[in-house]
Design a protein around this ligand. Structure first.
Ligand code: NOJ
Length: 535
């Protein structure tokens, strides 16, 4: 059992996509002052930390994941001082602030890359990954970019190819060069000294590539129409030998500043993901666990298996975490429907481990409609279906024009989703059974019941495989969570479990006592039950 849990263990992380959160200056794009002005909302909601997607100077080819300067703020979002104010105001409300750190690649307009590409003998040439063409002039190997096409771009002026695992405007840094590491660690220090509480580290598992540049095998299961990133198996571009040394270096740098959190973006199978905690738990605090996003389908049986296997696979002492949505994947309420998303929200906020909640998911926001001529995301360039713009539409604050995100008359960078007049913060704050009220109630319960943060997790065997039942237990307190993944009423039978008192139904309309030997869940209903009988 934990002695003194850290804030990132008991807290809930809320991801803000700054472009889409709140536009305070009427340019159609969200900004830092906009976020600051909504801190009271986040406090009211009951989350503990904000993670901001990148706010650094950037030409925005990948909306800030193409960084032109690691130690400043893009004027679109404000100035450095606005970030200082945001940090200070967040801290004044007991909220932590986590920045996104993008070490794998810079923007092609970053001065380092400009120097590097200027000629082959420039001292920064080796800061990026340059290679000669093959004898027939082709790229050095078969690696493909996550956004489609070859991962190599020929540079006419210097006669070599550079590597870009993402957009052509995102050249990959060479993390085998110690000077790159030093420069990138200096950037971390810059923000830690300004008081940020930690980092979410972008594509952490891809920082190193095979030194021999061996060809990746193609993914035999890929078919036209599937996302470009699944085309190859990343044998030689992902999770390479040597990566853990870098992860440990980052961790020890963060640790030297006290209690700061290190979250790693890692899409890997469970057994390899777990290595990113470190053999001595000296790597990432929270290697992101994306299984609620990546597991195909949404079935009680599979989700139980996912939760059990994840729990079983955690190294001793490692702290779990769960993510239901982010700026790269379709929103949960679109994937499973708004009614079932309430069940998903109960799952996220009652499983063991730190939850990350994507902005707007607390309202049940769905993907928006974005007309083809307004799609900007490089991931959608070959196939608009894969664009991530749909899950990045403006936060729905109220029922006024632009969902209250931008002032009326302004054209926001993406249109608000059509359903904003009904699904928005102001309306849902008034609704006793709204999605937002459900999320807030869950967050309050999570805060007040130590079993939901510190308690053990145990899935419960029962025969109805459209439902997932698990128990959280801490000292003498026991709670059952029973989730119906179907739209139909279901009966759950739990022999020898005694009586239970419903603390919360996702329908928010019952608080009765149950005989746990047999009880009903309505379609799309989840229950949080305080157990009164003996097990
Ligand atoms: C992962 C980020 O979440 C995504 O938005 C971005 O496009 C890629 N990394 C490249 O930085």
């Amino acid at each position: 059992m934990l002695q003194t849990p850290s804030w990132w263990q008991t807290g809930v992380i809320y991801q803000v996509y700054p472009r889409s959160f709140f536009d305070s200056n009427g340019d159609g794009i969200g900004d830092l002052s906009g976020i600051t002005s909504k801190l009271d909302y986040l406090r009211w909601l009951g989350v503990d930390a904000l993670w901001l997607s990148p706010i650094y100077p950037s030409p925005m080819a990948d909306f800030g994941y193409d960084i032109a300067n690691y130690i400043d703020v893009d004027p679109i979002f404000g100035a450095l001082q606005d970030l200082d104010i945001l940090i200070q105001q967040a801290h004044a409300r007991n909220l932590k602030l986590i920045l996104d750190y993008v070490p794998n690649h810079t923007s092609d307009v970053h001065p380092w890359f400009q120097e590097s590409r200027s000629n082959r003998t420039n001292e920064k040439r080796d800061w990026y990954i340059w290679r000669d063409p093959t004898p027939d002039g082709g790229p050095p190997n078969n690696w493909t970019s996550f956004f489609g096409g070859s991962a190599w771009q020929f540079d006419e002026q210097s006669g070599q190819y550079y590597l870009h695992m993402f957009d052509v405007k995102q050249p990959d840094l060479n993390w085998r060069n110690p000077l790159v590491r030093q420069a990138m660690y200096d950037a971390l220090r810059f923000w830690l000294e300004r008081g940020v509480d930690g980092f979410r580290v972008d594509v952490l598992w891809m920082l190193l590539k095979d030194e021999q540049l061996r060809d990746n095998p193609m993914n035999p299961d890929w078919k036209p129409g599937d996302p470009a990133y699944a085309r190859q198996l990343g044998h030689y571009t992902e999770d390479q030998p040597g990566i853990h040394e870098i992860v440990r270096e980052i961790r020890s740098l963060l640790d030297s500043y006290g209690e700061r959190v290190f979250i790693g973006e890692i899409y890997l199978p469970l057994s390899r993901l777990m290595h990113y905690y470190g053999e001595m738990l000296d790597e990432a605090h929270l290697p992101f666990n994306f299984q609620l996003i990546t597991t195909p389908g949404w079935e009680a049986r599979t989700i139980r298996q996912v939760a059990d296997e994840y729990e079983k696979g955690l190294p001793d002492g490692a702290w779990p975490n769960w993510v239901l949505g982010n700026h790269d994947r379709p929103r949960i309420a679109t994937r499973v429907g708004r009614e079932q998303a309430r069940v998903a929200q109960m799952l996220l906020l009652t499983l063991r481990g730190t939850p990350t909640c994507y902005y707007g998911d607390e309202l049940g926001m769905q993907n928006g409609y974005v007309p083809p001529d307004l799609l900007y995301d490089p991931q959608g360039k070959d196939n608009p279906e894969h664009s991530r713009d749909y899950e990045r539409t403006p936060m729905q604050w109220d029922s006024t024009a632009n969902a209250g995100f931008s002032a009326p008359g302004v054209t926001p960078w993406l249109p608000a989703a059509d359903d904003y007049p009904t699904y928005n913060v102001a309306a849902e704050q008034q609704g006793p059974r709204s999605f937002l009220t459900l999320t807030r109630t869950l967050l309050n319960l999570r805060r007040s019941l130590p079993a939901l943060t510190l308690g053990s997790y145990q899935s419960v065997d029962q025969e109805n495989d459209t439902c997932f039942v698990y128990q959280r237990e801490y000292e003498d307190q026991r709670y059952l969570i029973a989730l119906n993944f179907s739209q139909q009423e279901q009966i759950i039978k739990l022999p020898e479990q005694g009586q239970g008192r419903i603390l919360l139904s996702t329908h928010m309309d019952r608080a009765d006592t149950l005989d746990l030997s047999e009880f009903r869940l309505r379609g799309n209903e989840g229950l949080l039950i305080q157990q009164e009988g003996l097990i």
